[in-house]
Design a protein around this ligand. Structure first.
Ligand code: SF4
Length: 359
């Protein structure tokens, strides 16, 4: 089946999930067919926490529970939560007074927090702790009167949230080229921070060019690009060169998923595409392909990868070899607002991380 390119562009409340199966043909190629399956892939600890937070809020308080923006950038996840009673909105003024409102994993600015409080909303903050860490850095550097050069993509919710912590002190740097032209107040007091889901290599190029202009540029106290983004990029780099085709499962507005396509191409994949669903894979992508690399972004549930592997098996790619470059066992505690209301609940997940507790 053919899916128009519009199918990956969704609006809040309008996820489009294809119902039809894709039947891919098993066409002959030189040599054996195989899949190289990147690991780690899929859900990170921050996405898991945010999705479970909405589910627990629905269980505890009943539907509807409102969520500002997509809880995570994945069309399937949003759709599934909508079915359970979540209502996704763009802004707090769309939420009835007194309702429960979950802030998404990408974080919010203090202005949004204040607007929710002024409206009497019962907020549950599902901001990923690793995004909160960057917010804290922004507050601290602004307090010390640094100019913050925030490397990230204009309009991304995470960037809006981080910049909103210190709007007077923040300048957005969207690309290495922009590093060559931005103007700062005092070149002796500048620091760079970044969005958590960028390409590591491109960010380092931006920093190099910033430092060439501002030699006293300070680094963040620790990596802002998070462990999950980095691990998924390392894994795809490992398999890209051996892949005739790389398929990345992830949504169009998922920054880390889009970066995986770019990284795969940069590291030698002959072709790379992002798909929300297996049904978007086109037969012609598989022409002459013996090795398919497969990965998924940090907001993608594994069932979507399983669906893709099933369709690929039907096209003769039943030999799946996992290539693992790191182990991940991080699990974040749920937002404190939920933990308070879940006290006494004997659901182990409610009260914190089972593997590695970081809060
Ligand atoms: S991608 Fe990284 S920063 Fe974003 S939610 Fe996952 S762990 Fe947190």
């Amino acid at each position: 089946m053919t899916i128009s390119s519009d199918s990956s562009v969704i609006g809040l409340g309008m996820p489009r999930i294809p119902r039809a199966r894709n039947v891919l043909k098993d066409t002959p190629v030189d040599g054996p067919k195989r899949v190289l399956l990147a690991a780690p892939r899929g859900y990170c600890a921050g996405v898991d926490r945010a999705v479970v937070a909405v589910e627990k809020a629905l269980e505890l308080y009943g539907a509807p529970v409102y969520v500002r923006k997509q809880i995570v950038h994945n069309v399937h996840v949003v759709s599934e939560l909508e079915k359970q009673g979540a209502i996704f909105v763009d802004e707090v003024d769309e939420v009835p007074r007194g309702s429960h409102l979950v802030f998404s994993a990408h974080g919010v600015s203090p202005a949004v927090v204040n607007a929710a409080a002024a409206r009497g909303l019962r907020a549950i903050d599902a901001t990923c702790p690793l995004v909160t860490k960057v917010h804290r850095e922004a507050v601290r550097f602004a307090r010390d009167d640094f100019e913050i050069l925030l490397i990230g993509h204009e309009g991304h919710e995470e960037v809006e949230g981080t910049a909103g912590e210190a709007p007077e002190h923040t300048t957005l740097v969207g690309s290495p080229d922009e590093a060559d032209t931005i103007v700062v107040r005092n070149p002796e007091k500048v620091v760079w921070l970044s969005q958590t889901t960028l390409s590591v290599d491109e960010t380092m190029e931006t920093v190099k060019r910033l430092r060439a202009r501002f030699p006293l540029l300070q680094d963040p106290p620790s990596d802002d690009i998070c462990y999950a983004t980095q691990n998924r990029q390392v894994a795809i780099k490992k398999i890209a060169e051996a892949s005739d085709l790389v398929l990345v499962v992830g949504s169009a507005n998922s920054s880390n998923s889009v970066r995986l396509v770019e990284v795969a191409l940069e590291y030698g994949a002959r072709a790379a595409y992002r798909v929300d669903f297996a049904s978007e894979v086109k037969q012609e992508w598989l022409d002459g392909v013996a090795t398919v690399g497969v990965t998924s972004g940090a907001s993608v549930p594994e069932e979507l990868v399983t669906e893709l592997l099933r369709d690929l098996a039907g096209a003769g790619f039943g030999d799946v070899q996992e290539v693992k470059t790191a182990e991940e066992d991080l699990l974040f505690s749920l937002p404190k607002e939920l933990r308070k209301d879940l006290a006494g609940n004997n659901d182990a997940r409610a009260l914190g991380g089972r593997v590695t507790r970081v809060e």
